[in-house]
Design a protein around this ligand. Structure first.
Ligand code: PMV
Length: 318
């Protein structure tokens, strides 16, 4: 039997612009995880997959060719060079909200690939896992930038530019984020499509917004490496304004963001595709309770608090 987990993720700066080649920064969120358990099953039974949290249970042989989890298993098996279809039962669990901008799909796929590698006694290098998950994400997301699968596979904050090797890095001091779920589900494919539509209508304006976001991402990396949380908070706020200009914010998200700022957050923004999903607020540790209470008051459905700090090794390697 083999078990593996993968974290959720947040984008700190640069969502959407990253699809157009600009840099972005993302970090894992270990307070919500996906888990995969792979075990041998009765001879001749083939591969069965059960994902209770998303209500899916199927046998790989009978699954449609584009069944997302089936695609992941087939890609991983091909990579592992497993010829004969083995008899396996795979259980998947996740407490990462679906379509909430926390990378639920990529996390499930990552846990699945890592558990399959472990089952067959192979080391799951982050770059290899990330490439397999990206291949599967392309199947049902169109053309994602690849930031989700990359940050989740590395389990560490990353500086990311589409098509280039990710640069994992650590902040200069621990940083605390309060993550609040609006409860509104918003598929990334739709918001990415909306930005594409806007870009086709108003290319020059959108390109200028993407450039401004790229500048913020550069500054954010510096602020993170220096532990300058006041500056990073201002960058969150400026990035939020630019995301509003790209039409991916919403009154519900803005109510949460305003609530967090009024309660003393250093800055706050939507994270991920937008129009729903989660917002992130950068807070000093002593303000976590006050900001969380304000977010609840403003309608947050679920609150997570995460601390991003240097570790001697990624929890993925435990
Ligand atoms: O999966 P989400 O909702 O965190 O969004 C991913 C970030 C986008 O930049 C909006 C899309 C992408 O492919 O990078």
């Amino acid at each position: 039997m083999a078990t593996a987990t993968a974290p959720g993720k947040v984008i700190l700066v640069g969502e959407h612009a990253v699809v157009y080649g600009r840099p972005a920064i993302a970090a894992p969120v270990w307070q919500c995880v996906a888990t995969a358990v792979v075990q041998a099953s009765t001879p001749g039974s083939g591969i069965s997959i059960s994902a209770v949290d998303i209500g899916r249970r199927f046998s790989l042989q009978e699954a449609d060719a584009d069944e997302p989890l089936g695609v992941v298993v087939r890609l991983a098996m091909a990579h592992l060079g497993v010829q004969e279809p083995p008899d396996l039962h795979i259980e998947l669990y996740s407490d990462i909200p679906i379509a909430g901008g926390l990378g639920s799909g990529a996390a499930l796929s990552t846990a699945l690939v890592r558990a399959l590698f472990a089952y067959f006694g192979r080391i799951a290098e982050p770059a290899v896992v990330s490439a397999i998950v990206y291949e599967s994400e392309r199947f049902y997301h169109g053309a994602p930038s690849g930031i989700d699968n990359t940050v989740i596979a590395f389990g560490q904050p990353i500086w990311f530019i589409k098509g280039k090797a990710a640069e994992p890095f650590w902040p200069g001091a621990p940083l605390t984020l309060v993550i609040a779920d609006s409860g509104v589900r918003s598929p990334t494919k739709e918001t990415v499509g909306a930005v594409r539509h806007l870009w086709e209508q108003e290319t020059a304006r959108c390109e200028a917004i993407f450039d401004a976001i790229a500048g913020l991402a550069q500054e954010a990396r510096q602020a993170m490496e220096q532990g300058d949380w006041r500056r990073l908070g201002q960058i969150f706020d400026a990035n939020q304004t630019l995301l509003e200009a790209l039409s991916v914010s919403s009154p519900t998200l803005e109510r949460l963001i305003e609530g967090a700022r009024r309660a003393g957050a250093l800055g706050a923004k939507l994270s991920g595709g937008g129009r729903g999903g989660n917002i992130i607020a950068l807070v000093e540790p002593e303000r976590v309770e006050g900001v969380s209470a304000a977010l609840k008051e403003a309608g947050a459905q679920r609150i997570l608090v995460t601390r991003i700090e240097r570790r001697s090794h990624s929890p993925l390697l435990r």
